[in-house]
Design a protein around this ligand. Structure first.
Ligand SMILES: [Zn+2]
Length: 482
């Protein structure tokens, strides 16, 4: 009997509460006029197992949100407990309920910005309500996410053709391009790097006069050269044109060149994605320094045996080639494949373009400003002949290098010099600090990433969430497409 009678009473009760709900609506709208006479109506919200008790009027403060539009017909109403049940995070909800109470939205301690975003989306509250003091927590996640994306793009490769994994070509490709893939690859990479370093070193020490010997040309050209050298004062020029690197150094350099040429040729042959190969800057450096080296070799040999005479134009052409050869030092950038921190340094520079621009802009403006002022301060003496010279002085002062080739003499000049040095320290260190912070961001995020990956490798693949598996699958698809 009792159970049969129960539903009608509940319905009437419901209707009663609904009416009161509507009444409280009216009272809350009258709130501003100060006439609050209706009794307070309590609402129980059960969120994620925690009960929150508040007043209807409080919830009505922010219309068009989920909580403001609650009534007994809503899907969240539980007739048994006379409360609204939500399967949401109670921690985030306490912050959200506080927003209704105080009209200020603060993030609870220890919540992730992204999780909060999901909660706000559910409760239909705009992110714009978040108080300034909590922006850092809220948006730092987005920044981190960007950093992780960049790291993923730059550090993870998805270009291996899976169907070719057993072929010798693939093995050779991995051996040459992935220094960390095996012990043999590591050893080869270390050897190669040592050779690159040695080849750069031969270029450097080849300018020491004791490591060069006089060339003997066919007669009568040799007599002409002899006469020229007796009166010449162009030491550097003569050293390059009429003297030659000693034989052992020359031979050693060319053995290295041969190995580099062989290496780059094999890499071109085994590369699966030619377009990617030729779009890499460092591969171009490799190719130019290797193949260009043989062009220089041909030129030098022809000259040595008197087949061509080294005129001034030829010298400058040869000189240009040597400068290009100097870029072989850039090959050391290939170390980045091995050392992630070096790669992160390069990513930081690429990603700090805004800060670098700020640095250059500050530098140019300040240099021109102080240079011009200094020029007019030293108007009476002839210390700074032109404004470009005084700009050079201000650059040297701002960077605290101070060669001392130009210096002010007047009192006004001293003052400007002091200001210039101080501004230099202040304005140039700030963008540098920003770039340092960016590097720190990338470096720390990468460390976290590596720890996470290690954890993933130790555990089973099944632990990965479906979303992550999907992204791995996309990577896989990309691989097969190439
Ligand atoms: Zn706050």
């Amino acid at each position: 009997m009792y159970t049969v009678r129960k539903p009608p009473t509940l319905i009437t009760e419901n209707r009663d509460i609904n009416q009161r709900f509507k009444m409280s609506n009216r009272t809350s709208s009258n709130h501003s006029s100060g006439k609050v006479t209706t009794p307070r109506i309590k609402v129980t919200l059960a969120v994620g197992g925690t009960n929150f008790v508040t007043e209807v009027a409080t919830l009505k403060r922010h219309p068009n949100t989920v909580l403001a539009s609650l009534d007994k017909t809503s899907q969240f109403y539980d007739t048994q407990t006379d409360s609204y049940v939500f399967d949401r995070d109670p921690l985030a909800f306490s912050a959200i309920l506080n927003f209704y109470r105080t009209s200020e939205l603060h993030l609870p301690l220890g919540i992730c910005g992204r999780a909060m975003r999901h909660e706000l989306k559910f409760w239909k509250i705009s992110e714009l309500n978040i108080s300034q003091c909590c922006w850092k927590v809220m948006y730092e996640v987005d920044k981190d996410e960007k950093v992780f994306d960049t790291l993923k793009q730059n550090l993870e490769r998805c270009d291996d053709p899976l169907n070719a994994q057993t072929s010798w070509r693939f093995r050779l490709y991995v051996f040459l391009e992935r220094p960390n893939s095996s012990t043999a690859a590591k050893i080869w990479n270390t050897t190669l790097m040592t050779m690159i370093f040695l080849s750069a070193l031969t270029l450097v020490i080849s300018t020491i006069p004791s490591l060069r010997k006089r060339l003997v040309f066919p007669q009568p050209y040799n007599d002409e050269v002899e006469r020229y050298l007796q009166n010449s004062t162009r030491l550097k020029y003569d050293l390059h044109v009429y003297y030659y690197v000693v034989d052992w150094l020359y031979a050693f350099d060319h053995v290295l060149l041969f190995i580099f040429t062989l290496e780059v040729s094999v890499r071109i042959m085994v590369s699966f994605n030619k377009r990617r190969f030729f779009s890499s800057f460092i591969n171009w450096v490799d190719m130019i320094t290797s193949y260009g080296g043989w062009l220089v070799f041909a030129l030098e040999t022809a000259y040595k045996y008197g087949m061509i005479k080294k005129t001034e134009e030829l010298f400058w052409m040869y000189f240009g080639f040597r400068c290009v050869m100097m870029t072989r030092l850039l090959r050391c950038i290939r170390l980045q494949e091995r050392y992630t921190s070096l790669k992160i340094l390069l990513i930081t520079i690429r990603k700090s373009s805004k800060e670098l621009l700020l640095l250059v802009l500050c530098f140019i403006i300040l240099a021109m400003l102080f240079g011009t002022v200094e020029y007019y301060c030293e108007f009476d003496n002839n210390r700074f002949e032109t404004i470009p010279i005084s700009i050079w002085w201000s650059i040297v002062t701002m960077t605290t290098v101070g060669y001392g080739d130009y210096y002010p003499e007047s009192l006004c000049g001293y003052f400007v010099g002091t200001m210039c040095a101080m501004c230099g320290i202040l304005f140039l260190s700030m963008p540098v600090a920003l770039i340092g912070a960016t590097f720190n961001d990338y470096y720390t995020r990468n460390q976290e990433r590596e720890l996470h990956r290690k954890e993933g490798l130790d555990g089973s693949l099944m632990k990965i969430s479906p979303k992550l598996l999907k992204s791995k699958h996309q990577c896989f698809e990309k691989k097969t497409r190439h």
